[in-house]
Design a protein around this ligand. Structure first.
Ligand SMILES: Nc1ncnc2c1ncn2[C@@H]1O[C@H](COP(=O)(O)OP(=O)(O)O)[C@@H](O)[C@H]1O
Ligand SMILES: [Mg+2]
Length: 227
């Protein structure tokens, strides 16, 4: 689905440059469940931003289904993000003034989905993540685990091919983190590709692939052996 070849990412800090990714080549296949691991500052979030076309690359190529998308205009990149990718962040990133239902409906309005269909689908998704009783709640009225479940429903609203989750359980107690893992794994079993950053080795081991970064360099991937 996605092929990155020889990606370099430098952040220009005026007098100095930070080389956050160095010559990274990586393929993400349809249906993959991949964990990205590595120490703090190793480039995990940078790689997620690049996979999600949220940031530009300094050099290298990004192919989505064999199309080089790096040269596409911003508007076209935004359309790809909206229709094919779903994002989940450590800090939930919900709109505080919108209800759970409205948060989940929002990406569908950018995609031009009619209002009644948006509303029906948002209700279905919130029910699927166990929040049928929280539809009209504002984020501030919900626990962290509930907010992250809203964020998952929102990420799924446009039926994405790929979910990018950057430490989705990082701000949650372990039992709530486990709920989030199980929801993501459930959608992966239904065919959604999941790429997830985690610091938690036990979570990483649950993935089919572990992609390790160190100082911006991708380490050789080891095959996951299942008993
Ligand atoms: N917006 C930015 N501007 C400058 N440097 C950045 C920026 N974002 C990240 N970096 C630097 O790039 C490196 C990788 O950061 P990041 O991808 O956030 O790592 P991780 O998610 O693994 O902790 C770090 O050295 C970090 O300081
Ligand atoms: Mg990070």
């Amino acid at each position: 689905m996605i092929r990155l070849t020889n990606i370099n990412k430098e952040y220009d800090l005026g007098e100095t440059k930070v080389s956050a990714l160095k010559d990274v080549s990586l393929e993400i296949g349809r249906g993959d469940y991949a964990a990205i691991m590595g120490p703090s500052g190793s480039g995990k979030s940078t790689l997620m931003h690049i996979l999600g076309i949220l940031d530009t690359i300094s050099s290298g190529q990004y192919y989505l289904e064999d199309y080089d998308i790096t040269s596409l205009p911003d508007r076209e990149q935004a359309r790809i993000r909206n229709q094919h990718f779903g994002f989940i962040f450590q800090s939930f990133n919900l709109f505080p003034e919108l209800s759970a239902l409205e948060n989940v409906m929002l990406p569908m309005s950018y995609a031009g989905v009619p209002w009644t269909r948006r509303k029906d689908r948002a209700r279905d998704l919130l029910a699927e993540v166990g929040l049928e009783h929280r539809m009209t709640h504002l984020p501030t009225m919900m626990s962290g685990g509930e907010q992250q479940r809203v964020a998952i429903a929102r990420a799924l609203s446009n039926d994405p091919d790929l979910i990018l989750a950057d430490e989705p359980t990082g701000n949650l107690p372990s039992d709530k983190g486990e709920e989030i893992m199980q929801i993501l794994e459930g959608f992966n079993r239904k065919g959604v590709t999941v790429v997830m950053v985690t610091h938690n080795p036990a979570q990483g081991e649950r993935a089919d692939r572990v992609i390790r970064l160190k100082d911006g360099v991708l380490l050789p991937e080891q095959e996951v052996v299942r008993a």
